[in-house]
Design a protein around this ligand. Structure first.
Ligand code: NAD
Length: 288
């Protein structure tokens, strides 16, 4: 078990699905959190998402009212990037998955971060080494890849870039343990661990479905009943979103050039048709 770090100041850049969840987890653990977003509406939505999530955690019995009060008191939104970054012990970048957006932001972070600040990106599919090259000290930079929804999923992949120092990895591991998550260290390779293994499996399930191996319901039932998985692969693609799954398999294919990661043509067709899964009411299954 990694040793946890004492509470400090964490600045989370990007208040979308991931940034809000990361801010919440850090605030519940006692860190002072500055949540920053270029879009003021995103900040409002992020704050509302945190409040909704806290209500659900209380209903489930996994958080008490004191935890709710502590979390809300610790999250500060609406400040400017410069003061948030210069105050931070840890910066976690969770902005849009676009290399140019991240390049611009990391340059600003580098200009304002104090020496010794841990700089982390939550990217799912881009190179941590490349992002770290945009600014700041690459030795003090790493990936902290949280999973969605952050308040519920315990794993954080601690991604070691080519220049990440051993001290930074140790610090990142301690930080993750300190917010009650489980750190697993991996190299900076496409998909890290979970997406490297999960996304090709999901893509393969779409190939199998397109080949007529079985109905969607039977493919899913086979994997829940025969492999003891909690959810069948096509139901999982519906949950993640067909567009998000397609982007992930395309990123693996682009980075590696390996034909094993060729996106299933049916996946692409369904995305073009707007069948994106649960969020649109239809994917491989239909939802009310
Ligand atoms: N969604 C997931 O399931 C998931 C899981 C793990 C990791 N990630 C990664 O987390 C990151 C964020 O993903 P998300 O799903 O939360 O995206 P999102 O689109 O929900 O949120 C991104 C936010 O970044 C903000 N933003 C864009 N440019 C900015 C800038 N220059 N400064 C400040 N804010 C800026 C946007 O306004 C938006 O609110 C991505 O790198 C993604 O790959 C996503």
């Amino acid at each position: 078990m990694a040793e946890a770090t004492a509470p400090g100041v964490v600045s989370v850049l990007g208040a979308g699905a991931m940034g809000a969840g990361i801010a919440q987890a850090c605030a519940t653990a006692g860190h002072t959190v500055h949540l920053v977003d270029a879009d003021p509406d995103a900040l409002t939505r992020g704050r509302a998402a945190i409040e909704d999530s806290l209500v659900r955690l209380v209903r489930k019995g996994s958080l008490d009212e004191a935890g709710v009060a502590r979390t809300l008191a610790n999250v500060h939104g609406g400040g400017d990037l410069r003061s948030a970054v210069s105050a931070a012990d840890v910066v976690i970048e969770a902005v849009t998955e676009d290399l140019e957006v991240k390049r611009g932001l990391w340059r600003q972070v580098a200009a304002h971060a104090r020496a010794g600040t841990l700089l982390a990106t939550n990217t799912s599919s881009l190179s941590v080494t490349e992002i770290a090259s945009f600014g700041g000290d690459p030795a003090a930079s790493c990936g902290l890849h949280f999973f969605n929804p952050v308040p519920l999923l315990p794993l954080v992949e601690v991604v070691r870039g080519e220049h990440t120092s051993d001290a930074t990895v140790a610090r990142a591991v301690a930080f993750v343990a300190g917010i009650g998550k489980t750190p697993i260290v991996c190299r900076d390779t496409p998909g890290f661990i979970v997406n490297r293994l999960l996304i090709p499996y999901l893509n393969d399930a779409v190939h199998a479905y397109a080949e007529g191996v079985a109905t969607a319901a039977d493919l899913d039932a086979a994997m829940t009943l025969g492999a003891n998985l909690p959810l069948g692969p096509l139901a999982l693609v519906d949950l993640i979103g067909l567009d998000v799954t397609l982007a992930a398999i395309e990123a693996l294919h682009r980075e590696t050039g390996d034909p094993r990661f060729r996106p299933a043509p049916l996946l692409r067709r369904m995305v073009r048709a707007g069948k994106l899964g649960r969020k649109r009411g239809e994917g491989f299954h239909r939802y009310a």
